[in-house]
Design a protein around this ligand. Structure first.
Ligand code: AMP
Length: 623
């Protein structure tokens, strides 16, 4: 069934409507207090104190005239996105006859339509399930069935892909965006462009903050590299806590211009780049996908207005790797490279990396290229962002480490297998209340020192084992599956089992997925991540995956699958000689396979399941 949108017409009418004075002003990082609608701010804060959650869309009321998002089509104010979402929400409500707490799957490009559809779903009190066209139809069917989505919404671009699936599963399909302009009320340039237009009094849409305080917001599916994808349930309260934690730790502000190039079906693109930025009143520059030369152009901001020049970038290591490789090709002469470095060093305030290990060679190379010490953090679909290097001081950002628990996160290292607690590190919860930046000094951003409790003293003061997490932003259940304590997911006392092996010596270090990356060889445990990082130091190596393959003598054999730089050759002896400068003999690969291409998933992570499938015959049996 197709439902054409009356909201298209409504939004188009809104676009033409003359704009009147607003009573709302921005509150994040505005200098003058008299610009602020303190009444609204106070009422939001009272709701938060009473246990409510202010959903991200509602924060738009605090800074309606600001630019929220700039995509390939246009520039949108917070009011524009809000009004477009409000119009769409009436369509959804009509379709659901006012029902709430239903799941609604949606597929949009990386542009304003994603925000509008998501906010519209939230305004109706329903749960948003983002889908990506990167997944094959069978997988999409699985997501729709598993999430029990009542309706599917998509923009015109994805109608062809989703219509047969929706028909097959008998789900109504709502197609938005017949005309690209429906996506928002544009922030139309005029002679007063420097002063954003004022807008109508925006009527408050949606349920009360106290209602949202106990309701589900989002389902994000795990990448399923080791098992079938599971739907992680994110509540509005979890999002509120995560956003407050990230704001405190990484100093988000309304002055930020965030370059967004990450997939939106993953927590990294949803939370770090999109929702936390929108909640701060920042401006997002959204690209349809990651294309290195387009990212370079935006990062350098040549010919762009000052207020749209990028100041924040969140990427995965594979993106920085591509950018670094293209940097060498595009900015080969020293003067251009110096210009690039100066531009990034002075204009950009934060460059973050995560979702996969950041090799030390890349950390160093990026510092040379941009003057930025990448801020590496560790996160997961189930917990959002959990561990992070510090924002300040810069020297505190340590290569190959992921720092300390973010505000509201408790992290524990427990013995692998028996789960005996070894050490617990707890960061206090952030202040959830919304406020004004004081004087630009950054004093308002607090990330207090964590409390460390040692349960079993280690002589070396290094604790290694399974990483467990707990806190108000750590998920409590997968969709459609009863939560089970004392299982692979949670310990008997409610700690989430990440499945990652980590060490703690004052800072956390991720050693890899316990099931895949911890290789047991000749009585030793070897972290595949550490071996990969060392092999990448070899000047002829472009990419590498390290795996353990069964072996009669060693238990498992450390095996390196390598992609070489153009016209290069490598023998196992060369590799061992170079990697041996950084690794102990037992960590060195005993087998080398040179391949043309390395399978990586949409997030740029090594797909070790696929590597085994493709090259396993040449290398041995499964682990
Ligand atoms: P996802 O749920 O797709 O975000 O994947 C989460 C997994 O990515 C974690 O369990 C880790 O294995 C890995 N991961 C995330 N951040 C890092 C990091 N900074 N270093 C190493 N592995 C990471």
């Amino acid at each position: 069934m197709e439902i054409t949108f009356r909201s298209c017409r409504l939004i188009n009418r809104l676009l033409r409507k003359p704009l009147a004075l607003t009573s709302y002003r921005s509150v994040v990082n505005v200098a003058a207090k008299d610009e602020v609608n303190t009444e609204l701010l106070t009422s939001f804060n009272k709701d938060i104190q009473d246990g409510g959650a202010v959903p991200v869309f509602r924060r738009a009321l605090l800074f309606p005239t600001r630019v929220a998002l700039q995509d390939e089509v246009g520039i949108y104010t917070y009011a524009g996105l809000y009004q477009a979402a409000a119009a769409l929400s009436t369509e959804i409500s009509a379709q659901l006859v006012g029902e709430t707490e239903r799941t609604i799957a949606y597929m949009c490009g990386n542009d304003a339509s994603h925000v509008i559809v998501q906010w519209a779903i939230w305004m109706t009190g329903n749960i948003a399930v983002p889908l990506t066209p990167l997944h094959p139809p069978e997988m999409l069917k699985y997501f729709l069935t598993d999430s029990m989505s009542t309706i599917v919404i998509c923009t015109q671009d994805y109608e062809k892909l989703l219509r047969p699936i929706a028909l097959d599963l008998s789900r109504p399909l709502l197609v938005t965006g017949k005309d690209k302009e429906i996506t928002a009320q544009l922030y139309q340039p005029n002679s007063a462009f420097m002063k954003p237009r004022v807008v109508d009094n925006l009527s408050d849409v949606g349920r009360s903050n106290s209602w949202y305080g106990s309701k589900d917001a989002l389902i994000i599916y795990t990448s399923g590299t080791t098992s079938k994808p599971k739907g992680v349930v994110w509540t509005h309260s979890m999002l509120q806590t995560q956003i407050a934690a990230l704001h405190s730790a990484w100093h988000y502000s309304g002055n930020d211009v965030v370059l967004h190039t990450l997939p939106l079906h993953h927590i990294h693109g949803q939370l770090n780049s999109m929702l936390a930025s929108l909640a701060a009143g920042a401006r997002i520059r959204m690209l349809p996908s990651f294309v290195s030369h387009a990212v370079w152009a935006r990062l350098l901001g040549m010919g762009e207005r000052d207020d749209s020049k990028v100041s924040v970038f969140h990427g995965v290591p594979a993106m920085y790797m591509r950018l670094a490789a293209d940097h060498d090709k595009m900015f080969a002469d020293a003067r251009t490279a110096e210009y690039v470095r100066n531009t990034l060093a002075t204009r950009v305030r934060l460059m973050c990396a995560g979702s996969a290990p950041l090799p030390s060679t890349l950390f160093d190379k990026w510092e040379k290229i941009s003057g930025h010490r990448l801020l590496e953090r560790y996160g997961m679909t189930e917990v959002g962002m959990a561990l992070s290097n510090p924002y300040r001081p810069l020297e505190g950002r340590t290569v190959s480490c992921v720092g300390a628990p973010l505000p509201a996160v408790s992290a524990r290292i427990a013995t692998t297998g028996t789960l005996e607690p070894l050490v617990t590190v707890e960061s206090p919860a952030p202040d959830l209340l919304l406020g004004l930046a004081k004087d630009g000094s950054g004093d308002e951003y607090r990330w207090d020192r964590p409390k460390v409790t040692v349960h079993a003293q280690s002589e070396t003061e290094v604790y290694e084992g399974e990483l467990l997490l707990k806190g108000p932003a750590v998920f409590s259940r997968y969709w459609n599956r009863a939560p089970k304590l004392n299982s692979d997911d949670f310990t008997s006392d409610g700690w989430f089992r990440t499945g990652d092996t980590a060490s703690y010596d004052g800072k956390f270090k991720i050693l890899g997925r316990t099931s895949v990356d911890i290789i047991k060889t000749g009585g030793y445990k070897v972290s595949a991540l550490q071996v990969e990082s060392a092999i990448l130091e070899h000047p002829d190596v472009e990419d590498v995956a390290v795996l353990g393959f069964e072996d009669e003598s060693f238990g498992e054999m450390v095996t390196a699958v390598v992609v070489l730089k153009e016209n290069k050759k490598l023998t196992l002896k060369d590799l061992k000689d170079e990697a041996g400068k950084r690794l102990a003999p037992y960590q060195l690969p005993k087998v080398l396979l040179v391949v043309e291409q390395m399978p990586r998933n949409a997030m740029g992570k090594l797909d070790k399941k696929e590597i085994r499938r493709l090259y396993g015959d040449k290398l041995g049996t499964k682990k």
